[in-house]
Design a protein. Structure first.
Length: 339
């Protein structure tokens, strides 16, 4: 989703785009995760789009391509993105998320060290430490009951002594490596620790793609499974378009070894049951759901990003798409696919 959004956005800005993707998402998640349709869109909408169908675990292929094209900007969004799936495929998860990132970083250091390197990280680098913050239970959500976190989780929040999931560990390894290449080699690198990054282009599945999968269940009459916390667990949601707008700002004034918590912030946060109501109001269809009184291991009770640092470093950037509008876009896109 983010990779395709970035490709389209930067192509409109005059960049020539080279994409690497081998549709591994379909291997991870089955037919619903297939990204073939997204690739067709890129070929259709981007003049001269060049696609490389190989795996970022293939070190010689990565090194050879970066040596050939010597890009002026690298946006790394490839990942095994599910903490549930990671437990079943730990070697593959770590190789894709950590080793694949190292391949790209070293290729950049050798052949284009001046190119901004933007890495999509995750809020799972904080593990379940956010659950240690005092919480208050409201009628439809949990929220922080500590004024220190009124604005959300900031970048200096601890990462140690917590349960991350194996996915969180592999992403944390890549996150720290991106920081280290920035600091040790003085390269322009940053990690964007995403909350729920979303938008109409997501190939959503149950294990990844919260809002999109919820819309899919609603429109198809599927049963949505809520895992624990009474459905009051909270996430902040950020449109993929706003993600790539931040990438543009960083590329124009890059820094070395930076990290940014990038989500929708408190204003774009919602619980699962609040999301149900938003989607039901848009579609006019009731949500079907079942409740499992066992939360996913390491799952956050409440998480939303403190955007202070991102906004301070890049004051031109802001969250431009409100939660309800994000949901409307996802609904319209999905209806269009089914028409």
């Amino acid at each position: 989703m983010i990779g395709s959004e970035a490709s389209l956005f930067f192509a409109e800005g005059g960049f020539r785009i080279v994409g690497i993707d081998n549709n591994q998402r379909a291997v991870f998640f089955g037919p619903e995760g297939d990204t073939t349709g997204t690739l067709e869109v890129l070929h259709r909408r981007i003049k001269g789009y060049r696609h490389e169908n190989f795996d970022i675990r293939d070190r010689p292929a990565v090194l050879a391509l970066v040596k050939e094209i010597r890009p002026s900007l690298i946006i790394h969004t490839a990942a095994q993105p599910s903490h549930d799936r990671a437990a079943a495929i730990p070697f593959v998860d770590f190789e894709v998320n950590a080793l694949g990132t190292l391949h790209l970083l070293e290729a950049a250091r050798r052949y284009c060290p001046e190119a901004p390197f933007i890495h999509m990280s995750t809020n799972k680098v904080y593990g379940d430490r956010p659950n240690s913050i005092p919480m208050k239970e409201l009628s439809t959500r949990f929220d922080y009951d500590d004024p220190s976190f009124e604005g959300g989780i900031a970048e200096d929040f601890p990462i140690d002594q917590s349960k991350h999931s194996l996915f969180g560990v592999s992403k944390l390894a890549s996150d720290i490596m991106v920081q280290e290449y920035g600091r040790y080699f003085n390269m322009p690198t940053c990690c964007l620790r995403g909350g729920c990054l979303t938008g109409p282009n997501h190939s959503a599945v149950e294990l990844h793609g919260f809002l999109n999968y919820l819309v899919k269940c609603n429109l198809e009459g599927r049963e949505y499974t809520i895992f624990g916390y009474k459905g009051k667990q909270v996430r902040d949601n950020l449109h993929s378009r706003d993600v790539v707008k931040f990438m543009l700002e960083f590329s124009r004034a890059p820094r070395s070894g930076e990290v940014y918590n990038l989500g929708g912030g408190k204003d774009n946060a919602c619980s699962i049951i609040e999301a149900f109501r938003i989607i039901e109001e848009i579609t006019g269809r009731p949500m079907k759901s079942r409740y499992v009184d066992e939360a996913r291991s390491g799952d956050h009770i409440c998480y939303y990003s403190d955007l202070t640092k991102a906004r301070t470093h890049y004051p031109k950037w802001h969250v431009s798409t409100e939660l309800a509008e994000i949901c409307r876009e996802i609904v319209e896109r999905y209806k269009g696919q089914c028409a």
